[in-house]
Write a protein that binds this ligand. Sequence first.
Ligand SMILES: Cc1cc2nc3c(=O)[nH]c(=O)nc-3n(C[C@H](O)[C@H](O)[C@H](O)COP(=O)(O)OP(=O)(O)OC[C@H]3O[C@@H](n4cnc5c(N)ncnc54)[C@H](O)[C@@H]3O)c2cc1C
Ligand code: HEM
Length: 408
Amino acid sequence: MSLDAEKLEIVKLTAPVLKEHSTEIGKHFYELLFARVPELRNVFNQTNQKRGLQQEALVYSVYAAGENIDSLENIEQLVERIAEKHVSLGVKPEQYPIVGEALIQAVEDILGESATDEVIEAWRAAYDYIANLFIEIEQKKYHEREQQEGGWTGFREFIVTEKIQETDDVVSFCLKPKDGKPIAPHKAGQYLTIKANIEGEPFTHMRQYSLSGPSGKGFYKISVKREKGNGNVPDGIVSNYLHDRVTEGDTLEFSVPAGDFIITSEKEPIVLLSGGIGLTPVVSMLDTIAEKAPDRPVTFIHATQNSSAHAMKEHIERMVAEHSNISSFVCYESPSEEDRLSQNYDREGYVDLQWLQSILSCGNEADFYCCGPAPFMKAVDQGLKEWGVSSAKRHYELFNPVSILKEA
Ligand SMILES: Cc1cc2nc3c(=O)[nH]c(=O)nc-3n(C[C@H](O)[C@H](O)[C@H](O)COP(=O)(O)OP(=O)(O)OC[C@H]3O[C@@H](n4cnc5c(N)ncnc54)[C@H](O)[C@@H]3O)c2cc1C
Ligand code: HEM
C-alpha cells in the first residue's frame, strides 16, 4: 500500500496544524471513541484519560507519523515502542478502523471549515497507511511471542508466590504460572502488563510493571511503588490494590513480556542510571550483565530521597561485593540524620553532568540506560547531550505515555 503524491503533500503540509490542535482533537477523539465503543474503557488507562496524558500521546504520534510519512524510518523507535505497548495490551487489527473513524471525525469537528474534503481524504489515507504498518509489525510480534518457548497470547494467570516489602512504599511480587508450564524468558528492561479486575471498579485496569529480577529462572518478579494521592487527587488504582489487597497465593493476569528498553550492545562499558522506582528495569539489566557478561564494566547509579526510600539497596551492595566489573554510586536528595552519620551515599542533591563526569572513569564512551521520573530524565538527557553522548547510546524508559518525551 502506498500514498499518492498529492495526498502525501497535503498530509505533510497540514501535519503541523493538526499537531498544534492535538490536545483538543485528542480529547474529542476519546469522547467519540468511548461513546461508540464503551468497552474500550477497559483497555485504555482511565486515569491517564482524566489527567489528559494519553489523549495527547496517541494523536500526537499520528501527526508525527504524518510529518514523516515518506520517511517513517525517522520515527522507527517511536513505532517500535508503540507496537510493543499495543502487543502487551492485546490491540487487534479490527480495532484500527474504529480508532481511525473516531480520529478523523475528531479532526473534522475540531478544525471545522479549514478541514476541507481534500485534507480529510488525505488524512484518512495516511491513517490507513500508518495503521497497516502497525498491524503488520504487531501481527509479527504476536506470532513470535506465541511461538517462543513458554510464550502465550492474551493474558495468562500467575500465582503470587512471594510478596516482599522492599521499603515502606515499594513491594515486590514473585509470580509463577498457574498452569505450571514454562514461561518465556524476558529481555532485561522489559515489562509485564497486568489486567487487574478489582472488586468495586467499573472497568478492568491495565498497567505495565518492569521485570525487576533475573530472566530464565522460572518465575517473574515485579516491584511496585505505591502511588499516593492527596486531598484533591485520588490514590493510584492498581498500585494501591496490589499493595493492600493482593496477598501470597492470589492469582493475577499478565500478558507476555514486552518493551523495547533492552540492552542492544555487547561490549562497551554500560551505565545504568535510575531515579526512584525507575530502578526496576535497570536492576534486571544489572543482574543479567552480572550473569552473562561478567567482564563488561557496569556502573549502577541510583538517585532517591534517602535510605528509607532506597529499594533493593542490599541487593545492589551484594552485587558490587561479588562482581569486580560492577561499581555503584548513590545520590540522596535529602539524606536523613542517620544517612549523614553513616555517610552511606556519594552525593547529596541531584544527578548532574559535573557529578557524572567526576565518577565515570569510562567517560562518555559508554552506553547509557536511564529510567526515572520526568524531571530526573530531563536533567540526565540534557547532561548527556551536553557531554556529547550520541543519541544511539542514550536509551530511555518512561513510566508515562510517550508525549511526556516532549517535555522530558
Ligand atoms: C513501561 C512501564 C514500566 C513501568 N514499570 C513500573 C515499575 O516497575 N514499578 C512501578 O511501580 N511502576 C511502574 N510503571 C508505572 C505503572 O504502570 C503505573 O502507572 C503506576 O503503578 C500507577 O498506576 P496506578 O493505577 O496505581 O495509578 P493511576 O490510577 O494510574 O494514577 C496515576 C497517578 O495519577 C494520580 N491521579 C489519579 N487520579 C488523578 C486525577 N484525576 N488527576 C491527577 N492525578 C491523578 C494518582 O495519585 C497517581 O499518582 C511503569 C509504567 C510503564 C509505562
Ligand atoms: C495508527 C494508530 C495508532 C497510533 C499512532 C497509536 C499510538 C499510541 C501511542 C503513542 C501510545 C502511547 C504509548 C506509550 O505509552 O508508550 C498508545 C498507547 C495505547 N494505544 Fe495506541 N495507537 C494507535 C492505534 C490504537 C488502536 C487501534 C488501539 C485499540 C484499541 C490502541 C490502544 C492503545 C492503548 C490501550 C494504549 C495504552 C494507553 C492507555 O492505556 O492509556 N491504539 N498508542
